[in-house]
Every structure is written in C-alpha cells, then in structure tokens.
Design a protein around this ligand. Sequence first.
Ligand SMILES: Cc1cc2nc3c(=O)[nH]c(=O)nc-3n(C[C@H](O)[C@H](O)[C@H](O)COP(=O)(O)OP(=O)(O)OC[C@H]3O[C@@H](n4cnc5c(N)ncnc54)[C@H](O)[C@@H]3O)c2cc1C
Length: 377
Amino acid sequence: MKEFDIIIIGGGLSGSSTALNLSKKGYSVLIIEKEASGNIKPCAGGMASSMKKYLPLDIDESIESKIRNVEFRWESSDNVVADLSGESPFWIIRREKLDRLLLDEAIKYGGEILRPVQVEKITQQNKTWIIKCNNKVTYKSKFLVIADGSQSRWAGYFNLGPRKPKFANTIALRLKGLGNIPKDSVRFEFGFVKYGFAWAFPLKDSVNIGLGTFINNKLLENKDLNNKVIKSFGFEDLSFKVVHKKLRIWNGLNKLNGDRVIAVGDAASLCDPFLAEGIRPSLMSSYFAAESIDECLSSNNNDLNNYSTNINNEWGKSMAWGKRIAQIFYRFPRTGYQLGVKRKTAPQRIAQILSGQMNYEDIAMRVIKRLLTKSKD
Ligand SMILES: Cc1cc2nc3c(=O)[nH]c(=O)nc-3n(C[C@H](O)[C@H](O)[C@H](O)COP(=O)(O)OP(=O)(O)OC[C@H]3O[C@@H](n4cnc5c(N)ncnc54)[C@H](O)[C@@H]3O)c2cc1C
C-alpha cells in the first residue's frame, strides 16, 4: 500500500494548483483524476491578473489576451464600455494550457498523478486515510483534498460546503476567428438569456462564447444559443458543438474543512453566483489549503479550521453580497441593466470586481452609505 502526505481527488485547476503548492513545499502528493487526459474545459478563461500572488509559477504561456476594455450590451445595443486601468488587470487564459502547466510543474516537484482512476471508497484508520480505487489498488495519506469540481461526489460525503448546493446552468463553445470582438476586449451581452447573460472572451485565434443562468435553476437548451446571440458576437457559421455544464456556485458561508480533509475550488462551491468567476477562488483556495496543510504537517497537528476562516473572510463575505445582487439583478434584468450597468460609475465598478480591485461587499457598502446619506437630507 503506497503512502503519501496528501492525496488530492480531482486534477483540474484547483487540484493541480494545490498539488503544486504542496509538492513545492517538499510533501509527497498523489492526484487521482477520473478522466484520461485534459479535455477542453468549458471555461471562458477570464482571470484577474492580481491572482498572480496565489500562483506558484509563471503562467505567461497560457495567457492569450490582455484585456483593456469590458463592454456591456443589452440585446446588441445600448453599449457601455469600461476601460480597465493599470497594467492589464484582466487576462484571458487558455484553461487547458494553464491546468497542464500547473500539473507538469507539480510532477517536476515529485507529485504523482493517476489517471483515469476513480476513488471507490474512503475510510480512516488511526488518523490515516485509506483510499480504495477502481484500479484495485489502495492508497494511504495523512491529508485529503477534495477537488473534484462542480459534480463533486466527495464534498457532500464529508459535509464540506453547503448542504444544498446551488447551480448555474451553462452552455459553452469555442469559435474560430474573433468575430466582432476586439482582441483586448471582453463582452457581456444581457437581454437574450433569461436569468443570466451571454459572454464572449477572446483567445489569440478564437473566442470562448457562453451562456449562463444563475437563479431559479433555469435550464439552457441549445436553441438558447440562437442566431441572435452568435450573430451579436459577429459570427455567421452556426454549425457549432456545445458543452453543457452545471456549475456549482457559492451558497452561504460554510465549513470547508473537516478532520484532515479540505475542499477546494468548485467542489467547495466557491464560484461567483453573479458572474461565474471560478478561477480566482480556485487559485485562492488551493493556496490557503496548502498553507493550512503545511502548518499541520510541520507542527504535527490536524487543525485545518483556519482554512475555512480564511476563505470565508477573503472570498465568502464578498460572495454573500454577490448572491444578493444576482437575486435582484437577474429577476429584473432590464431595470438592473438601466440602474446598475448604465449608471455612470457602474461599469468601472464591475471592471474593478473582475480585476480583483474591489469586491461586492465594497459596492454594497457604498450603495448603503449613499442611501443613508440621502435619507438624512
Ligand atoms: C462555461 C463556463 C465558463 C466559465 N468561465 C470562467 C471564466 O471566464 N473565469 C473564471 O474565473 N471562471 C470561469 N468558469 C468557472 C471555472 O471554470 C471553474 O470555477 C474552475 O474550472 C474550477 O476548477 P476546479 O479544479 O475546481 O474544477 P474542474 O476544473 O471542473 O476540475 C475538477 C476535476 O476533477 C475531476 N473529477 C471529477 N470527479 C472526480 C472523481 N470522482 N474522481 C477523480 N476526479 C474527478 C474532473 O475530471 C476534473 O478534472 C467558467 C465555468 C463554466 C462552466
């Protein structure tokens, strides 16, 4: 029976970055991944460059576009453009490349990956995890990281994250060429999708297009990605292949660790419930998970509680406001667009959210302050 310091279930973005963070610290790490090789992920690849601080390596080769403008439209018109200030605060990365880079680097530092392998049973014996897999081999570890994404089987098993997970429904595709999307601009298109929006994020030679619905569990069908949406992004060819995905979104401040076990990324329900941003919390949670596990292993204790506290403080508090904003905005999108997006300072604020300079809590506090000041007048 092979023994590791840490076993990670899931080798996507959060599993690979946790593996790299930990193998760089000198720990023995095994990733167990159910898929054979890195398929194209249904992910538009938008990422705040400020997340560099949570990245354990240089990811330059996965960056395809550096974004200077964020454009918002209502049914192809009523444009609002926000200029992003500073040194390109928002990047579009090719997800399959980023995941590969992180994984390869983790392997360079001694990390191991088993694929395609499924975990069948997990038990604990004398403070050691015993993990039985479908390759008929059993592995042992001191700590366990759950990184099996939005369809996580294991987060619920260990009571990590919300008892009732909430999901956004998404459709994604990648089209060759840039259509009418400038190479340094991302576009958010409202009005075509009930309870959500459509987006177009440019790579070097193609565009990641997607639709998402965020409330009322509104399901999306291929016909929702209709001519109107595709044409609004400047494409004529309608013979595309799409991927449907249910994306687990943030749903409350919850405990994300147990005894020697931690959930990261989508498995921990960290994805932004308003804009589907999941790369940032994946990298953040991977970083804090590795820090907490390192602290435990180096001081021979098993208290991972500071992990849940850190994530809830650094991310969850903002998402609590993001969830409230989503509930109102997507229920009354026309009014939301007029009062929210078309407000003079709003696009800049949303751009600041996307680039990590501001969070939903900051915005909510400003609005509340404004209301209080007005009510005193
Ligand atoms: C359409 C779409 C567009 C998006 N666009 C953006 C964007 O522009 N910006 C942004 O910040 N976020 C975006 N996101 C969110 C982002 O993609 C996710 O938050 C991110 O992929 C989470 O990474 P993860 O490693 O937690 O999960 P995943 O990347 O899903 O990885 C989970 C891994 O676990 C494996 N796995 C699953 N079950 C098991 C099991 N039982 N055993 C072993 N392995 C298992 C899977 O095969 C997979 O490799 C988007 C999401 C969608 C759906």
